[in-house]
Design a protein around this ligand. Structure first.
Ligand code: DCP
Ligand code: MG
Ligand code: MG
Length: 585
């Protein structure tokens, strides 16, 4: 069967992807502009997680060992970036700014430093008001109720670089799409410049018709620039598809949605052997380059073969078809509307050696403290009912209460007879109902954390690791999931709720308090392994949520292993599965 022919493109949207330049470094520069002219590196544990472009000019790069960086550039200024609060706050502020700048409300954050915007409506509106007799003197209207708000632009050609750089003549068939992309590119320029003018941050931007294409094409010109993927998007008798040539040039592991595990499985099939594992692994890459083109043109390749390679227990349904689409730049997933509360909060840390229950208890305590603080920050709001205010101090109320608490660990495999140790990326987890005492807003955070560890996490840990010793963990993650939004959390009458709802809408429009999952693009497991031998620090990084097309590894994370029978069960079904064990025979 010819899989390609069953793929259908939908190119009626206009999606703009933002990726802030050297984000963590820019946050420090915004706090202290004097840093802008210096080579600046942000350090976590022993590595540089990012550095500004002055440092890059001098040969430093992301995920470099700090010792190496200092050799290459002795006068590098290093700042510690282990506390993520400042990055999270900056991320929310920039997101909120971009979201307010578009009409649709469809603005989706990915990690801390990326945002997708669906600008279809703005572009279509401005296509309709174009004066085709004088395209170079066009006006982009930014407010439907006020035709004077907007900017002037030249609608006869795209702004900034394009892929491919030399776009040939545009066929009649492609003219409409081309025109919309031209408008998208000018809107992107405007938004980029506003972001820099108003907030002081520069970004690298991609313009296309879906999330995967806009994200990937933006990478072509960095920093402080933008790239538009120009038609033809479909192949014809006279020309090849620019989408295909563009996607084909990528390594299979660099496609968003194709994480490390999936790419290794695909590589193994194309190469006909297990790909080398631990060389050049930084940023999900590997020395064993297998391109999208290699995969796409492999004999017999199609959704069925991919399903056969990738399917099986724990894998996503229809994974073969989905990956087949992605490698050809087909991605119909909507840019999601901002959510008021995150769908999970997850705090984790990695360890050099963690093999006693005493130490585990201490680490769980640190993680629980962070978790509860984050729950208060992201899941509660001021309860502004006057009768609830005591001595003028506003009380807090829950916006949503997580129903599930989840503990995840990543055990290190035992040492092999020859003294080496196999690598492991496998996490195991157990879920339990969130205890209600954790929702107390009067008790202090330390006391709550202590109790959470004692009553819930330690018993859960014992079930996850029944052996008293003999294990050694490289990672522990504590998460709350399964959010139940509390429309009427207290005893309120409906009337009060409605007034609160309007007040809250105002707040929300002013400053989108809690948006999507707070996600730091955390160190990938392979990079974490590089850090073995480092000292443990009391920092946390938030794991990527399992909801996006980010990484197959996270999809796996969303599976729990039943402590009784060892079956892999989706997290949400684990409680039901455990009840099944408790049923009398
Ligand atoms: N980050 C991290 N761990 C990683 C990757 C990134 O902590 N493994 C952090 C540091 C970055 C931020 O996330 O500043 C955004 O990641 P990017 O890959 O977009 O990197 P930058 O924004 O720093 O640089 P660029 O200008 O290349 O986008
Ligand atoms: Mg990024
Ligand atoms: Mg970036």
């Amino acid at each position: 069967m010819d899989g390609a022919s069953s793929l259908k493109r939908h190119d009626s949207r206009m999606i703009i992807h933002f990726d802030y330049d050297c984000f963590y470094a820019s946050v420090f520069e915004a706090e202290n502009p004097a840093l802008k002219n210096q080579p600046l590196a942000v350090q976590q544990k022993q590595i540089i997680v990012t550095c500004n472009y002055e440092a890059r000019r001098r040969g430093l790069y992301k995920l470099q060992l700090i010792t190496e960086a200092k050799k290459v550039c002795p006068d590098v200024v290093t700042v510690l970036g282990e506390d993520l609060t400042r990055f999270r706050n900056a991320s929310k502020e920039l997101y909120s700014f971009l979201r307010k700048s578009i009409w649709s409300g469809q603005a989706e954050r990915l990690g801390f430093d990326e945002v997708f915007l669906d600008c279809t409506d703005m572009v279509n509106y401005n296509i309709d008001i174009l004066n085709h007799n004088d395209l170079p003197h066009s006006f982009f209207c930014l407010d439907q109720s006020d035709p004077t708000v907007g900017f002037q632009y030249d609608a006869s050609e795209p702004f900034g670089p394009t892929y491919p750089p030399e776009a040939g003549a545009v066929s009649d068939q492609d003219l409409q799409l081309y025109r919309r992309l031209v408008l998208g590119s000018h809107l992107a320029r405007y938004l980029r410049h506003e972001l820099e003018k108003e907030k002081g941050y520069t970004a690298t931007v991609g313009i296309s018709t879906n999330k995967i294409l806009s994200k990937l094409v933006g990478n072509l010109h960095k920093p402080k620039s933008q790239t538009t993927l120009v038609p033809p998007y479909d192949a014809s008798a006279s020309s090849e598809s620019h989408v295909t040539t563009f996607m084909d040039s990528h390594d299979i592991g660099s496609i968003p949605g194709i994480g490390f595990k999936i790419s290794q499985k695909i590589r193994a099939r194309i190469l006909g052997r297990q790909p080398a594992f631990d060389e050049g692994l930084v940023y999900g890459g590997t020395k064993e380059k297998v391109t999208v083109r290699d995969v796409r043109t492999f004999v017999g390749m199609g959704p069925e073969m991919l399903e056969e390679i990738l399917g099986g227990p724990g894998s996503q349904r229809g994974i073969g078809g989905k990956i087949w689409g992605l490698i050809q730049g087909v991605d119909d997933v909507e840019v999601s509307q901002a959510k008021k509360v995150p769908s999970q909060i997850s705090i984790e840390d990695s360890y050099t050696r963690l093999d006693t229950l005493d130490e585990v208890r201490k680490k769980l305590n640190l993680l629980s403290n962070s978790l509860i603080r984050r729950m208060h920050l992201d899941l509660t709001e001021d309860d502004d009912d006057a009768e609830n205010a005591e001595h003028g101090i506003l009380k807090r109320r829950w916006l949503a209460r997580p129903r599930t608490l989840r503990l995840t660990t990543r055990p290190r495999p035992a040492v092999n007879p020859d003294g080496t140790r196999s690598r492991s990326f496998n996490r195991i987890s157990r879920s339990l109902p969130m205890p209600t005492f954790a929702f107390s807003l009067t008790e202090n955070v330390h006391a709550l954390a202590d109790r959470l560890v004692q009553d819930s996490l330690i018993p859960c840990f014992r079930k996850l690791h029944p052996e008293r010793s003999g294990w050694n963990l490289s990672l522990v993650n504590v998460a709350v999931t399964n959010m139940a939004e509390t429309a009427a959390d207290s005893k309120d009458s409906d009337g009060r709720d409605i007034s609160r709802m309007f007040r809250r809408q105002d707040d929300v429009l002013k400053e989108w308090r809690v948006v999507d999952e707070d996600v730091a693009p955390h160190l990938t497991d392979d990079v974490n392994d590089l850090l073995e031998g480092s000292v443990d620090v009391d920092v946390y990084s938030e794991a990527t949520p399992p909801t996006s097309w980010e990484s197959d590894d996270e999809v796996q994370d969303n599976m729990d292993v039943c402590g009784r029978c060892g079956l892999s069960v989706p997290s949400f079904a684990l409680l039901a599965h455990e009840r099944f064990h408790q049923m009398p025979d």
